[in-house]
Design a protein around this ligand. Structure first.
Ligand SMILES: Cc1ncc(C[n+]2csc(CCOP(=O)(O)OP(=O)(O)O)c2C)c(N)n1
Ligand SMILES: [Mg+2]
Length: 348
């Protein structure tokens, strides 16, 4: 039998260590920007609280996952995006959409299953989409936003439009195989994508330290040479600072980057969650000590914004959310014939 050729003892020399991004700096916001961050976080919070109420009243059906507690992540990151950039996420998606500029009443009407909803009332909470606003879903398959996001980044590169894709996924999703296939291709092809791991510490009822062999999720790209940064996701200015660093990295053609945003969800996983996997105390402590909105409120006071101005902002947000809810309750449901439209795309 022919002998197998002797293996060369010389191994390929390792590639030199990759350049790494600088540690992000906490963003120095102007007064106007700080007010804007506050408004946006409050809009998401009040919108989600209202959605929770409408669900309780039976006006919203099916799945509904609230983002309460995590607002600083999406607000900080998306405030740094340009119009050419795209956003994709999983099912905890209402906040991300509002930040992409989708009107609150169209999102709320989708939740109540009305024809005026952004997906004509046929998608519901998890399946909203708006090419016009460069919001590409809304996906119920855990981890799916990662390869789909890589595809969006590929299209930015192919079309040379200068855009970057912000692809969000959860700590639970970060244990999925498809995530790593996408990491490999994204780095190989130097795709313009920021992988955002929203580490809210739980995947349904499983805590990250029970399910992740490497629970420092920002390191998950190491074997693909994708750098990662760990960020305080309860601080909107830290999130914005990280976005600046990540965008600079990606826009200069260095390929993908990972941001692990350490955050926390206050509500249950979805609307039916027995919440037996964590104590009330744990949630209460997070709310009291780390609430991202209260934090900005303190910064606003320090910047000399008056209580009255803050109250006026709160009133304005309440008005927007109440109007969205009134619209979503009163606008008609889709005609029965809509069952047969938008099912298949015909292309010749
Ligand atoms: C492929 C797939 N597996 C399982 C599920 C069921 N599932 C829905 S949400 C979820 C937990 C995901 O947690 P995480 O990624 O941390 O996101 P979070 O809900 O915390 O935002 C699971 C397992 C699913 N929807 N898709
Ligand atoms: Mg999670």
């Amino acid at each position: 039998m022919a002998k197998a050729p002797a293996r060369s003892r010389k191994s390929t020399p390792p590639k030199p260590n990759r350049e790494r991004p600088d540690e992000p700096k906490r963003y120095e916001a102007s007064k106007e920007e700080l007010i804007e961050f506050y408004k946006k976080m409050l809009l998401i919070r009040r919108f989600e609280e209202k959605a929770g109420q409408l669900y309780g009243l039976g006006l919203i059906g099916g799945f509904c996952h609230l983002y309460i507690g995590q607002e600083a992540v999406a607000v900080g990151l998306q405030s740094a995006l340009a119009e050419k950039d795209s956003v994709i996420t999983a099912y905890r998606d209402h906040g991300h959409m509002l930040l992409c500029g989708l009107p609150p009443k169209d999102v709320m009407a989708e939740l109540t299953g009305r024809a005026a909803g952004i997906s004509k009332g046929k998608g519901g909470s998890m399946h909203m989409f708006s090419v016009e606003h460069k919001f590409y879903g809304g996906h119920g398959i855990v981890g799916a936003s990662v390869p789909l996001g890589a595809g969006l980044a590929f299209s930015h590169k192919y079309n040379e439009d200068g855009g970057v894709c912000l692809a969000y996924f959860g700590d639970g999703a970060s244990n999925q195989g498809q995530v790593y296939e996408a990491f490999n291709m994204a780095e190989l092809w130097k795709l313009p994508i920021i992988f955002v791991i929203e580490n809210n510490q739980y995947a349904m009822g499983t805590s990250v330290n029970r399910s992740a062999a490497e629970d420092q999720l920002y390191k998950r790209g190491e074997s693909f040479r994708i750098p990662g940064l760990q960020v305080d996701g309860m601080d909107v200015l830290a999130a914005r600072g990280a976005a600046e660093t990540a965008l600079e990295w990606v826009r200069s053609g260095k390929g993908p980057i990972i941001l692990e945003m350490k955050t926390y969800r206050y509500r249950g996983h979805s609307m039916s969650d027995p919440a037996k996997y964590r104590s009330r105390d744990e949630v209460q402590t997070m709310r009291e000590k780390s609430d991202p909105i209260e934090r900005v409120k303190r910064e606003l006071a320090e910047a000399g914004i008056s209580e009255d101005d803050i109250k006026t902002t709160e009133k304005e947000i309440r008005r927007i959310v109440n109007e969205a809810a009134d619209f979503a309750e009163s606008t008609p449901e889709p005609e029965a014939g809509e069952l047969y439209t938008d099912v298949l795309v015909e292309s010749y």
